[in-house]
Design a binder for this molecule. Structure first.
Ligand code: SF4
Length: 365
């Protein structure tokens, strides 16, 4: 497929498998030929990962929504006495996982929570330790770079020491990808000045990777960031991936404005923007194998279409999502495995259930 003459040089680079530059990324964000962008991203996806689309049967555990950070884009965080604030006890967390265990295919947990003003690091650690002891077979992915930085601050331990304790005592096998937002001091100073800086987020990932703990990367886009900042964000992730190789997958999160402080002034991204951002992410992140179409945020139909725009991972069944539904996500709070298989098959691809480490457990050719 041939793009307009002005993008021919980029198309040739992509065909040759050459790395795209910052300038190329910016030009791609000004390209209006969405079909061409999709075709380029799909070509790269096919070359790198074939036709398999990964998903896993997983369960999200959000221990508390009480959070000191007050990020302007967040609809999940609450103050202690605010309506809707909750704290999960160890017993409640165990009960949630026990419920999810009714699905015999459950492969892993995704544990992400607010930065509680009085919970200690030992408290968070104690809960995941109890879950791990009860269900050692479950892959434990948990805590974002923002939470890990917070744990280091409140415990007086270094990030490395926090990670080692989470791994050795809590069974943590990988870190969640959230909290990266846009890796720009300008954006973070404006939207989330009370939590980890861009450098701190990257440093957590770097430290984890050196310890052999994998992590995910993400980008929350469609708020106050510029297109230059989106490209720079991708390049910072690409640079770290060159250095460590420890990112497992990249996830694009469109900003969902409902119930957020920022929401009144900003419109939700269009499907057009979601698809071009997915495609450009695949093209710029040439050292990432997996690009995720997170159906919870994109909606199921858009996630399905995104499989033709560079994505090869559609997350999982989730069991019961709450963080993004507080922000007005219109997708279901969970999908059955049958549904996920159907979505992937309809897109002409091969569903593969995997563990959270992308080891294939079963395929449905
Ligand atoms: S995005 Fe995370 S850190 Fe920020 S307010 Fe929400 S829960 Fe807290």
């Amino acid at each position: 497929m041939l793009a307009a003459e002005e993008y021919k040089d980029i198309e040739e680079k992509i065909q040759r498998g050459e790395r795209l530059t910052r300038e190329d990324g910016l030009r791609l964000f000004h390209c209006h030929d969405l079909a061409w962008l999709g075709a380029m991203a799909d070509m790269v996806r096919k070359r790198k990962c074939g036709d398999i689309v990964y998903y896993n049967v997983n369960c999200h555990v959000n221990l508390t929504n009480i959070c000191t950070s007050h990020c302007k884009f967040c609809a999940f965080g609450r103050d202690c006495n605010e309506k809707g604030a909750y704290e999960m006890s160890k017993e409640q967390a165990l009960a949630l996982v026990a419920d999810a265990m009714h699905d015999p295919n459950l492969a892993g947990l995704h544990v992400v929570s607010g930065l509680h003003p009085t919970w200690t690091f030992e408290h968070y650690l104690g809960i995941i330790k109890a879950i791990h002891e009860a269900y050692p077979q479950l892959y434990m992915k948990g805590f974002t770079g923002v939470e890990i930085t917070h744990f280091a601050e409140i415990s007086g331990l270094s990030v490395k020491e926090v990670l080692i304790r989470l791994r050795d005592e809590g069974g943590l096998q990988a870190i969640a990808g959230g909290g990266a937002e846009i890796l720009s001091d300008r954006v973070r100073d404006e939207l989330c000045p009370n939590k980890a800086t861009a450098d701190e987020w990257l440093e957590v990932a770097r430290t984890a990777h050196k310890l052999g703990i994998k992590s995910n990367a993400s980008m929350l886009y469609g708020h106050i960031e510029t297109l230059e900042e989106r490209v720079d964000h991708l390049l910072r992730l690409r640079d770290l991936q060159d250095e460590t190789g420890g990112f497992q997958t990249f996830i694009c999160f469109p900003f969902l404005p409902k119930n957020t402080e920022l929401g009144e002034s900003i419109k939700q991204t269009s499907v057009w923007d979601d698809l071009r951002t997915m495609a450009i992410s695949r093209l710029m992140l040439d050292n990432f194998t997996n690009i995720k179409a997170y159906w919870v945020m994109l909606t199921v139909p858009v996630a399905q279409v995104a499989l033709g725009f560079g994505a090869n991972d559609i997350d999982g069944t989730v069991h019961k999502e709450t963080i993004l539904h507080d922000a007005g996500a219109t997708s279901p709070t969970a999908l059955t495995e049958d549904n996920i298989i159907r979505i992937i098959r309809e897109a002409g691809r091969i569903p593969a259930a995997c563990d959270c480490n992308f080891n294939i457990l079963r395929t449905f050719d």
